[in-house]
Design a binder for this molecule. Structure first.
Ligand code: IMP
Ligand code: MG
Length: 175
């Protein structure tokens, strides 16, 4: 595969927009009186985070954390660590983790565990996409956009080898 591979649209920008709207309505209902701390996992969640929070019209704070899980290419190394930590305290906060895709579940399971130890008031997960066929550890997704097939996805923040994050649609990258 190369960066010349042709991505095929799986979810169009219009479908993504409608789904982000649905998620924003759910999140608003549960958090409008809570001033939540939204924590996005870099880099993949940046576009989803940007679109989601523009639809939330109540006080909230935004943080990003950088974890390493995937190396180059498509397979997870399985070893996860915090590469860039949080600047805001988590203790006593209503924390909502924002993720682009839950694949094996290792990344999110690690992060939820890491955050739970910091004693938030509440801790939930909002994921734009879920690839349940590849799960290695159980993960509860409180707010879910799309369930996706076992295909490698790019676009709307998702990358292959750092490429394709800028595509406005979620696409399948064929071999
Ligand atoms: P997990 O730890 O296997 O659940 O993988 C989570 C991370 O791997 C995600 O945050 C993505 O950055 C990346 N990832 C998993 N599947 C895909 C995919 O289909 N396309 C692009 N990145 C992916
Ligand atoms: Mg990610």
């Amino acid at each position: 595969m190369s960066f010349q591979a042709k991505p095929q649209v799986l979810f169009s920008r219009q479908e993504i927009e409608a789904t982000v709207r649905k998620l924003a309505a759910e999140v608003s209902q549960d958090y409008q009186d809570k001033c939540p701390l939204l924590i996005g996992i870099l880099k993949g969640s940046f576009m989803f985070m940007a679109d989601l929070i523009r639809l939330l019209d109540f006080p909230l704070e935004v943080e990003f954390i950088s974890l390493s899980s995937y190396g180059r290419g498509k397979e997870s190394s399985g070893k996860i660590k915090v590469v860039r930590g949080l600047r805001s305290p988590v203790r006593g906060r209503d924390v909502l983790v924002i993720e682009d895709i839950v694949d094996t579940g290792l990344t999110v399971a690690f992060l939820l565990d890491y955050l739970r130890k910091k004693r938030p008031a509440s801790l939930k997960l909002c994921a734009l996409t879920d690839k349940p066929s590849r799960r290695q550890v159980p993960v509860t997704i409180d707010y879910l956009g799309f369930t996706v097939p076992d295909k490698f996805l790019v676009g709307y923040g998702l990358d292959w080898d750092e490429k394709f994050r800028n595509l406005p649609d979620i696409c399948v990258l064929e071999e």
